[in-house]
Design a protein around this ligand. Structure first.
Ligand code: FA5
Ligand code: MG
Length: 418
């Protein structure tokens, strides 16, 4: 068990189901682009390691399984790290060819404006039955006919790679290239339709607070990706606030997953998107922590029954940067950002910051690390940016938080402060 109470208390929130919450509005807008699909929005967040990893073909030594990345309840039970944990069961039920699953997911991860340890994903999937094709047609032709039913758009999409690449993005041995080309086209067109719908709603959004509208032209691109449960696979990125922001991963479902789920004759696609990331684009919400705000100045700005309005920021409160430098315990080799060497992992620092400072920590960054030339010991320096979204923090308050954090690092990670 490595799940702190602050995380367990999020289980009952289910923000994606709270009426008028921006995540619920975003979910409903996306659902409206997938008519005829089944929507599952209340699946229980505690799943087995089999559901979350094995059923999807994660190898036994995959880093995603480690205690530094995943919240365990016990050795065989975790807080789901993605909505894909429900793929196998939903394919097995085989109730409708298409489905969407929206849910809260949990990950030990970085602390910054677009990462939070509890967030929400929407999974989508669509499959076709290869045994029910009329004799005068082919499955690929049938799928292309379905592609033609997706509303068209005139957006420029960067998609430079071939659908199939023998090394980087291989065809599965059970599939024919023509089928996969059609499935990939249906997948990409369906998701481009979502992004276009989100952006037209964002463009049309009224500006309540005099905030300058973010009217950069919409730019999106498909990049090759890897997931154990799809091949070929892609990620979709959107250009947002000067950077490419990854909004979803997707691909052609592995045949073995459908076969193990008792539907070996089906072929199709799946995707998993970050609802916060999409909602931030839709409403111009600048920081992922805001979704957890219970402040009426936040919540009252959203209504499912009114047109989309751009979020008007409360005044921006000052940031307060504080550094903490420490020696790793003797014998622990070192740290590279995001990695684990010996017994130390950066996510342990991230989590202690969340535990001590909660949502008052905006962002945590490794700013320096070095190895002492004589002793071989490693030193790290992390910079914490303290900022409240709701008020100005006093000096005493940030000092107290930072001192508490330093003490907690010593106590829990055995580091030596410098
Ligand atoms: C997955 O979780 C795959 N299950 C997606 C998938 C489904 C692929 C079906 C193929 C088929 P990934 O770890 O990249 O992939 O997460 C998916 C999306 O969740 C990301 O693109 C991002 O939008 C969002 N996301 C990931 N981590 C965080 C986080 N810490 N905070 C907020 N959003 C996040
Ligand atoms: Mg990803």
């Amino acid at each position: 068990m490595n799940t702190p109470p602050s995380i367990l208390s999020a289980l009952k929130k289910r923000l994606h189901l709270q009426p008028d919450h921006p995540l619920a509005i975003t979910r409903q807008l996306i659902e409206s682009r997938f008519p005829g699909y089944a929507y599952h929005n209340a699946l229980f967040p505690i799943v087995t390691t089999h559901q979350n990893f094995d059923s999807l073909g994660f190898p036994p030594d995959h880093p995603g399984r480690s205690r530094t990345d995943t919240y365990y309840i016990n050795s065989k039970t975790v807080l789901r790290t993605h909505t894909s944990a429900h793929q196998a069961d939903t394919f097995r039920a085989n109730a409708t060819p298409g489905y969407l699953i929206s849910a809260d997911v949990y990950r030990r991860d970085a602390v910054d404006r677009s990462h939070y340890p509890v967030f929400h994903q929407m999974e989508g999937a669509m499959t076709w039955d290869r045994t029910t094709v009329p004799t005068n047609s082919t499955l690929a032709a049938q799928i292309w006919a379905d592609v033609a039913k997706i509303p068209s758009h005139d957006l420029t999409v960067q998609d430079p790679n071939p659908t199939i690449d023998a090394d980087r993005n291989p065809l599965q041995p059970e599939h024919a290239a023509a089928e996969v080309e059609a499935v990939a086209a249906h997948l990409k067109r369906s998701l481009e339709d979502v992004v276009v719908a989100i952006f037209s709603a964002a463009r049309a959004a009224t500006t309540a607070g005099g905030e300058a509208p973010a009217d950069e032209p919409l730019q999106i691109r498909w990049v090759e990706a890897y997931f154990p449960f799809t091949s070929p696979s892609w990620e979709l990125e959107v250009f947002w606030q000067g950077e490419w922001l990854e909004v979803l991963g997707c691909g052609v479902v592995r045949h073995s997953i459908l076969a193990n789920a008792g539907v070996p004759s089906r072929i199709g696609w799946a995707f998993g998107l970050g609802l916060e990331r999409i909602a931030m684009l839709l409403f111009s919400i600048p920081d992922i922590r805001l979704f957890w705000s219970e402040d009426a100045r936040f919540l009252s700005q959203f209504s499912a029954s009114k047109p989309i309005a751009r979020f008007a920021r409360f005044s921006k409160f000052p940031a307060c940067f504080k550094d903490m430098s420490f020696w790793l315990p003797a014998g622990v080799g070192g740290n590279s950002a995001g990695g684990q060497v010996g017994g130390f992992h950066e996510n342990d620092v991230m989590e202690l910051v969340r535990e001590v400072a909660g949502d008052l920590a905006e962002d945590v960054r490794l700013v320096d690390e070095f190895t002492h030339p004589k002793t071989g010991r490693r030193s790290c320096c992390y910079r914490v940016n303290y900022r409240s979204l709701e008020r100005t923090l006093t000096n005493e308050e940030t000092n107290r938080l930072h001192e508490k954090l330093r003490g907690t690092l010593v106590e829990r990670l055995g580091v030596e402060l410098r």
